[in-house]
Ligand binder design. Sequence first.
Ligand code: GLP
Length: 298
Amino acid sequence: KAVEKKEEKKPAASTGNFTHVLAIFLALVLLGLFLRIFVFNKSTEKTKNYHKYKTPEDLFRNVGEAIIRYIKQNPKARIGLASGSTPEGLYQYLIRKYEKGEISFKDVQFFSIDGFCGLSKTDPNSYYYSLTDKFLSKIDAQEKNIHLLNEEGTTLEDFERNANDYNELLDKNPIDLQILSFGENGHIGFNEPNTDFNLLTHIVELTPEKREEKSKIFGSLDKTPKYAITQGVKSILQAKEVICIAKGKGKAKVVSDLVNGVFTKKSPITALRNHNGKVTVCTDEEAGEKINEINKMF
Ligand code: GLP
């Protein structure tokens, strides 16, 4: 009888255990949901906004103020700088604010998106020189916090090593806020239409057309680099937040593809539609002429 009794109790005990495990499991699920919604939600915010400003001055003032707010909240932010002529007005705005003592960049870490291969830091055509000359040397950025792409080297192996080093760097130091601009065919960095969007920082062999176009700044085709280094579309999408800027009529079609269209390999910038965090697209009136709204979510 005693043996029988023991056997009868067994199912009751295991039901009790099961209920216990279920309760713990449910409690963990609830805790996970709570943390996801109330604690981590801010850093995984997934929003896409578009803003149109009347003039380039309005555009750069508003974007500049947004960046200043960001840095005040995150003084050690890792910021990716855009190259080309578009962000120059933005950098000038930020320099003026620094000169007035309204913002310090001393703990900000700076990164870049692209460059030519085989140019020294002192070569006026290097992106390193350009970003330093037009922005970083005019604010209180510290040398130890400047991590622009390395354009130096003589062989393809040197260039590829530079790209791999940058991937290691970005892996350990993911970019918090990427400032981004793009070309009239939608290219970002040196990621041209219909190229592989699944790459991290890599080396691009410049097409004869691209070299021809760039030869204007180098004086002759002979002096024009054959390769460029660029963050890949995949790396750009890994930045936690992106502010994309455009000005002028020449960018209007691409802005419309990005804000009103769908992701297409024909226009690398439309990959931003697949970004998992916060994307803000800001244009002047001309670049936004194909978008009816002044503000919109997309
Ligand atoms: C170059 C750069 C890109 C830049 C693009 C747009 O091709 N490699 O990084 O986004 O130009 O330049 P701009 O702003 O002068 O139109």
